[in-house]
Design a protein around this ligand. Sequence first.
Ligand SMILES: Cc1ncc(COP(=O)(O)O)c(/C=N/[C@H](C(=O)O)[C@@H](O)C(C)C)c1O
Length: 385
Amino acid sequence: GFYGQFGGAYIPEMLYPNIEELRENYESIMASGDFREEFDRLLRDYVGRPTPLYFANRLSEKYGAKIYLKREDLCHTGAHKINNTVGQIILARKLNKKRIIAETGAGQHGVATATVCALMGMECTVYMGAVDMERQKPNVERMRILGANVVPANSGSKTLKDATNEAMRQWINNPVDTHYIIGSVVGPHPYPEMVARFQSVISAEMKVQLMEKEGRENPDLVIACVGGGSNAAGAFYHYYNQADVRLIAVEAAGLGVLSGKSAATTVLGKPGILHGSRTLLMQTADGQVVEPHSISAGLDYPGIGPVHAHLFDSGRGEFVAVEDEHAMQAGIELSRLEGIIPAIESAHAFHALKQIKYRSSDVIVINLSGRGDKDLETYIKWGNY
Ligand SMILES: Cc1ncc(COP(=O)(O)O)c(/C=N/[C@H](C(=O)O)[C@@H](O)C(C)C)c1O
């Protein structure tokens, strides 16, 4: 369960049985015929896959390259998160779990979890930072409409990190009948690997779609935003060992990487343990987790998935950090060039086009991880449009 020096499972003794049960069973369950049949059927008939690989004509003209958008914003619930929650709910049912818990920041993962719990008739409790509950109110109510119990996390900065701590605490207290659906490629092994595998449907489809449209499976660049890193892990998954494909991971610079209000973990982070795995995280000299900042709740995370820590450490990935202001500008620009209002998380990936070099002949795929409906209040408050 390691990606170079990163990964592993650094968990309290109380969680060993759960993690062991998961580690021992996830691969055989995921490889079984009836899992694959149900997973593929739900992704097709319920989530609406394959998602389009859309050639963005006006964006391509403006930026001078052949730019495709992978439309994860068109998944049911409006973001890629459901690819993972569908996989984990089938797994949880096969492990005879009765209760589901989850953490959420932007609320997309929470909604995706509440959605599959309603689908399968399982009890659902989502932990969410009180601050995030304020700035992602529409998603809080969507979770409640879907039948989930949304519990505010009031410790620390009352954002995602605190919600994750709270969810882990609850799981320790209710180990036997509960499955914890982690929303990103974070947490103790096998979670990062399992979530990446569920999200890998994104690049599996990209290969087929690029062959159809460009006569080759490989783009020249894949660009994706990184909070914990699950949409990026999915978009990169089938290209890690394709050296001719550049992997561009876009983090949130917040108010600037030197402002003290940032979430650019590969710039500001150091190796440490966060939520059960060894990875890069923003920490003080004595190892306290530093509060991150991003205008987007989904990237407002002080860590990064171990697979991306390794991607950075190994030099295989190119990491860029995009500031709040630039992400918002990129979101409005996409709206006006292509008629698509992106989630603010996804908007970060678009601004990377202004921060990296590429050739006019390059085929670029940008992973459009979610739609902007949940962020309308933030766009309105920002107002520069
Ligand atoms: C539309 C959208 N795009 C990207 C992200 C970043 O999460 P990753 O793809 O796991 O890096 C997110 C993250 N959302 C999570 C959530 O909804 O709870 C996030 O806040 C945490 C699970 C990390 C998102 O909603």
